[in-house]
Design a protein around this ligand. Sequence first.
Ligand SMILES: Cc1ncc(COP(=O)(O)O)c(C=O)c1O
Length: 392
Amino acid sequence: MSNSVSNSQAGYYFLQVPGPTVVPDEVVAAMSQPMMDHRGPVFAKLAAEAAQNLKPIFKTKQPVMVIPASGTGAWHASIANCLSKGDKVLIPEVGMFSTLWGKVSRELDLEVIEIAGDWRSGIDAQKVEDALRADTAGEIKAVFATHNETSTGVTSDIAAVRAALNAANHDALLFVDTVSSLVAMDYDHDGWGVDIAICGSQKGLMLPPGLAFAAVSEKALEAKKTSDLNPGYFEFDPLISATETGLYPYTPPVSLIYGLKKATEMILDEGLDAIYARHAKLGEATRACVNVWGLETQCQVEGQHSNAVTAVRVPEGINADEMRAFIFDKYNLSLAAGLGKIAGEVFRIGHLGYQNPLTLMGALSGVEMGMEAFGIKFKKGGVNAAMDILSK
Ligand SMILES: Cc1ncc(COP(=O)(O)O)c(C=O)c1O
């Protein structure tokens, strides 16, 4: 697991960033198997089974493609396969990742209509509905919704976004970024009527970075027929057949696919509801701790706090990055940086993937001890509040 030493201290390394996350020993062992022929029958069977395991995880009966790329590659792939040059897309701004999704869209010649946000709350479904109602000519071809905004620790209600599309009687496709939500919180692809969901391997799926995923609806595949962008390497057709045959159009990352098979089996064995509940408890304990410290979370809306990551605002005059560097040196604990316009103002505690109450307690203790040693003014005892919740 992550018992190796990251800054030459003995003992457990606390990797508490919201991806890449800790990779379980069983997955590391699976990935350490010898190479095999990626066009042979043994690999084909294993790869097809791994892809089929993703369907219940996304809660879909449609294919879930495995794409050799990071999450950004899945943004690119889904746009390049299903949209066309000059298409308008509606993107509610919720933080750094929704903003980057807009950047990738512009690079691929889409026209982005952004619904401005404050980076402290989730998607306002009413504003989505209003924008779609105003689009009487039907020029908006897709809505891009980030389920869990990793930069701010804010989640959005995807069912409400779907309801907004329905209420406006608008035909746009619904794209959802599940990069840091999948497995950590309920995601229901078919139930919520999502057309394309994209994800990456390095977060809730407990794998190293390097694989991306795309779950597609029939409507998205219909839209693919008229797309005039060139997906090139990311062409969906052979990747969709690979979900059945296990045979890729190019050399796949064989070791990661060994790992994918193992990680998806572990997830299905633990059970999605049990995993969502585990994350909910870790999230609740983290927030109780931050609350006692007297610090603010970046998320300001009750009910929208992420169970995957908590972004904590540091007091005025403190540089969060200097504090994180100090804590890393002192305690071998990695916390994540604030991104974009909140860089230096927040640090983020990842609590997703292969985490349990004691790993979280270790991390929160490291933050509490580190803040004191760094000279931050706060109220001690947050870890006790977390413990109270975790021991219930
Ligand atoms: C919500 C979200 N979307 C997209 C991405 C981009 O994924 P990647 O860095 O794997 O390209 C990230 C990365 O952390 C993310 O958190």
